[in-house]
Design a protein around this ligand. Structure first.
Ligand code: MOS
Length: 750
């Protein structure tokens, strides 16, 4: 049964721009989000939030709320049913060390906006109205909510957070070298507190299936994390709970940890033995996680030639009173630049706020803003082009990790190609030297860096007799394009058209995968999917070889290729067989496999892995009004193999826009007397709108990396890192004003 077959007929999907396979579902409204799932017996919960930031509840009166027709129950710490009491049970997969927040646990208030009651009613409007009738009396204490007020109490976190590298030990003598250096710069850098604000607010719908079983739709970046949390906190059997999140309206890190609406919805559903949905309001999105401020000082000492002789980067980050949140803030300085005398320190101090949380490139956004602004200042002092200064101090090995070489580092290509595309050579170095009409034109650049990570992840692949393939695991597609790249990888591995591949994600019935975060999903879940498909391919090959008169008789697996729905002997198109014919001949309905993939320990013992970027920015500043127009950005990115240039570009565009937000717009303003964020809505918390964004050009430079078989390094975060520094450096070039405290607003420019 030899058939003709042409291997040239098959294009590889990986590496080519592809539309999102989930695009049609998303734009037609078929895609459902956690707060949209329903049940016949659905009740609605509305959260009552604490009006104080620190103290205790002295009395809580729910009578008026309970008297409203349609109100089913008001849950408070006084009538809460029993849940686990050990901290351990509440510590989800990405929790920092400490005692995770427990809603309605006792009368203690740890932060403003803390949930103090849940009103459950037959409909949302009734719950919302009744929530206004809950009377809470407090014994308030004075909150401390500014980093400056607590900096004297900063400490070295006694327990390191898993996955977060502490600062390395100092090397050389940074202080002595700084004192002796011909050029010295020492300044403080600050970011504003930022909130994630995904389009979809946090929501959980718990559907009670009877008999102690629940189906939960949760807004989370990885259902396995919520699943494990619910089982541990409520003492449920994992088989009795299924958690799904097929689609997410963005996360940016706010959905890494199970949030309190999940706890409350499950608590109510368990108590009432009926289905309950809890959706947070936009202002409640300011009540559980944020990008923390850090007080940073960067001290650079160099020779007249700009060669670094001393580098100090000291940061005091903030956390809550109940957890030691930590992120990597200062290490980046030692990763990016070669210097013989380096000291990097990071301490944390406690505020009366909810725990901060990871927000897109956590720590790197913060620390790289400081070092990359400081390097621009040094370039100016030393009279060097900012790129030339960076090349002079370029690191070829990771000094923060025993000088391990980088697995790959195509940063020089980012500089070259980015500068070329931007037209950097036409820049005149002096500030205020590029005026056009009433606008001062400024060109600035900065480097971006992010860790390239991989996590243990599993995935399955199921090939059916009709030739259709299903792959998937429990990770979430947070809008990054995960459905699409996994479909591409699966289709290529088994030589099928993408239309014949269905990718399923966000369901705890699927093989377990970590949260979608850290830019590790493509590497982790991509490799797991590829391995599962290869396993299926090998099984099908064995069945094919066993067929009567098989065209693959006496051929080894490493000699065949998969294309156009067929297995063929490589280099001999005349010897091939269709996958569907193999399954038919073998009389099997499906061939399936589950595989897992994790970090390559051998690689990790020899190399460090980072993604890099060079960001170029043009600003135009109105000299009289101080208004900034950010008219051009070129972001040149080195992130290994690019699986899908279209969705990849989208990731960088989003990251750059968010970086522009950091630089110019985003600022959660705290009233420190009340310990409360004042601008907790999208009217007063500014994010870049369409009118703020002009041209953004994305370049992916070639980079080969061997950390994983796909050669991918991850893209979700690198686009934001360095962007704010590039903007601030452009503003300096335009105006001669060095602004070290973000966001750069008109009052600071004038
Ligand atoms: Mo990202 S802050 O790991 O979602």
């Amino acid at each position: 049964m030899t058939q003709t077959f042409s291997s040239t007929g098959h294009d590889s999907f990986v590496g080519t721009p592809r539309n999102r396979v989930d695009g049609p579902a998303k734009v037609t409204g078929l895609a459902k989000y956690a707060g949209e799932f329903t049940a016949a017996d659905l009740a609605h919960g509305y959260v009552v939030s604490s009006a104080i930031a620190r103290g205790r509840i002295s009395a809580i009166d729910t009578a008026a709320a309970e008297a409203v027709p349609g109100v089913i129950k008001v849950l408070t710490h006084e009538n809460r049913s029993r849940t686990a009491w050990l901290d351990y049970n509440y510590q989800d997969a990405v929790a920092p060390p400490g005692s995770p927040f427990r809603a309605l646990y006792d009368d203690k208030i740890a932060f403003s906006g803390q949930p103090v009651a849940l009103v459950v009613a037959e409909d949302f409007e009734t719950a919302r109205h009744a929530a206004t009738l809950v009377k809470v009396a407090y014994e308030a204490e004075e909150p401390k909510t500014s980093a400056d007020a607590v900096r004297a109490f900063a400490y070295d976190p006694p327990k390191k957070r898993a996955g977060i590298k502490p600062p390395p030990k100092p090397w050389g003598d940074a202080d002595a070298a700084y004192d002796a250096a011909p050029i010295k710069l020492q300044n403080e850098y600050r970011l504003a507190v930022e909130h994630h604000n995904p389009m979809e607010p946090h929501a959980s719908t718990v559907v009670y299936e009877g008999d102690g079983k629940y189906t939960v739709y949760d807004k989370v970046q990885g259902v396995s994390n919520s699943h494990n949390y619910l089982a541990a906190v409520f003492g449920l059997k994992k088989d009795d709970v299924r958690v799904l999140n097929p689609y997410l309206g963005g996360g940016f890190g706010s959905g890494l940890r199970p949030q309190y609406q999940l706890f409350l919805a499950m608590l109510a559903a368990r108590d009432l033995e009926r289905s309950v949905r809890v959706v947070l309001t936009r202002d409640q999105m300011w009540s559980f996680t944020y990008r923390p401020d850090a007080i940073q000082t960067v001290s650079l000492g160099s020779g007249e030639d700009g060669q670094l002789q001393a580098l100090r980067h000291d940061a005091i980050g903030v956390t809550s009173h109940y957890e030691d949140y930590q992120e990597v803030v200062v290490n980046w300085s030692g990763v990016l630049y070669k210097c013989d005398n380096v000291a990097l320190t990071y301490k944390i101090a406690q505020l009366d706020t909810a725990s901060p949380g990871d927000m897109r490139a956590p720590g790197a956004v913060t620390g790289v803003f400081a070092i990359e602004t400081a390097m621009d200042e040094l370039a100016h002092e030393a009279g060097l082009d900012p790129i030339a200064l960076r090349l002079r101090n370029f690191s070829e090995a990771d000094a923060t990790s025993e000088d391990k070489p980088f697995g790959s580092k195509a940063l020089k290509a980012c500089f070259t190609q980015g500068a070329e595309r931007f037209g950097w050579a036409k820049r005149t170095p002096a500030p205020r030297s590029m005026r056009e009409g009433h606008e001062l034109v400024g060109w600035g650049m900065a480097t971006g860096v992010w860790e390239s990570m991989m996590q243990q992840s599993s995935a399955h692949a199921i090939l059916s007799a009709d030739g259709k393939l299903e792959v998937g695991n429990s990770t979430g597609d947070i809008g990054t394009g995960t459905y699409t790249i996994l479909t591409q990888i699966a289709a290529d591995t088994l030589g099928l058209p993408m239309e014949d591949v269905t990718t399923k994600l966000g369901d705890t019935r699927l093989p377990e995968a970590p949260v979608a975060g850290g830019s590790w999903t493509a590497a982790s879940s991509g490799t797991a999917v590829m391995k599962a498909c290869r396993n299926v391919g090998e099984q099908v090959f064995k069945l094919a070889r066993a067929m009567e008169g098989s065209p693959l008789a006496n051929v080894d697996f490493d000699r065949v290729s998969f294309a156009n729905g067929r297995i063929a002997v490589a280099g001999d198109d005349s010897r091939s067989v269709a996958l569907v014919d193999v399954l038919k001949a073998a009389g099997v309905e499906t061939v399936e496999a589950t595989e897992s993939a994790g970090p390559d320990k051998d690689f990790a013992s020899q190399y460090e892995a980072y993604t890099h970027s060079a960001v170029f920015v043009e600003v135009r500043v109105d000299e009289e009004l101080g208004q900034i127009r950010l008219t051009r950005v070129v972001s040149a990115v080195a992130a290994g193999k690019i699986l899908n240039p279209k969705t990849a570009r989208s990731q960088i565009l989003g990251g750059v826009v968010m970086g522009i937000g950091s630089a110019l717009h985003e600022e959660s303003m705290m009233d420190h007397r009340l310990g409360r964020f004042m601008n907790h809505n999208l009217g007063e918390y500014h994010v870049p709108a369409n009118a703020d964004i002009y041209d953004i050009d994305v370049i992916f430079v070639d980079e080969e990396d061997k950390a994983n078989p796909l050669g991918v390094k991850g893209l979700g975060e690198i686009g934001i890192v360095g962007t704010a520094a590039a903007v601030a450096n452009a503003v300096f070039h335009a105006t001669g004003k060095r602004i070290r405290h973000l966001p750069i607003t008109i009052d600071k420019v004038l």
